[in-house]
Design a protein around this ligand. Structure first.
Ligand SMILES: [Zn+2]
Length: 134
C-alpha cells in the first residue's frame, strides 16, 4: 500500500485555502491603494500652524514608507499565491516547480502556497541572497 501520495481531499482543502488567501490579499491591496489615493489629495484645512504641518509631513512620510513596505509584501504574496493557484488548475499542485518531486504534505499544510520543495526553496533563497540586487 502506497502512503497516499495524492490525496484529492487535501488538495481541495489547500486550494480553498489558497483562493481565500488570494482574495484577502487582493482586498488588502485594494484598500491600500484607495487609502493612498485619498492621501494624494491636497488637504485644505484652515489650520496651518507650521509646527503641526511639519509633524504631519513627518508622520505622513513614515506612513507612506510603511505602506510601501506592506504593499511590496502583499504584491509578492499575491504573485506566489497566483502561481500556486495556477498549479492547482494545471494539476501540478503539490509537485516542486524546480525538481518535480512531491512537496511533503506537512510543508503544504504549513505553507499552502509552496511551489518548491524545501531543498529547492532553500537553494532559491541562497541564490537570491547571493545573486542579490538586480
Ligand atoms: Zn524541489
Amino acid at each position: 500500500m502506497g502512503r497516499a501520495g495524492r490525496n484529492p481531499r487535501t488538495q481541495r482543502t489547500q486550494a480553498a485555502l489558497i483562493l481565500a488567501e488570494l482574495e484577502s490579499v487582493r482586498a488588502r491591496l485594494t484598500v491600500l491603494e484607495r487609502g493612498s489615493a485619498r492621501r494624494e489629495q491636497p488637504q485644505l484645512t484652515g489650520d496651518n500652524t507650521p509646527s503641526s504641518d511639519t509633524l504631519d509631513t513627518i508622520q505622513e512620510g513614515m506612513a507612506k514608507e510603511e505602506e510601501l513596505a506592506v504593499r511590496e509584501t502583499l504584491v509578492e504574496r499575491l504573485q506566489v499565491l497566483a502561481r500556486a493557484e495556477e498549479k492547482i488548475r494545471e494539476g501540478t499542485y503539490g509537485a516542486c516547480e524546480a525538481c518535480g518531486m512531491p512537496i511533503p504534505p506537512a510543508r503544504l499544510r504549513a505553507l499552502p502556497e509552496a511551489i518548491l520543495c524545501l531543498s529547492c526553496a532553500e537553494a532559491e533563497e541562497i541564490r537570491a541572497v547571493q545573486g542579490g540586487r538586480k
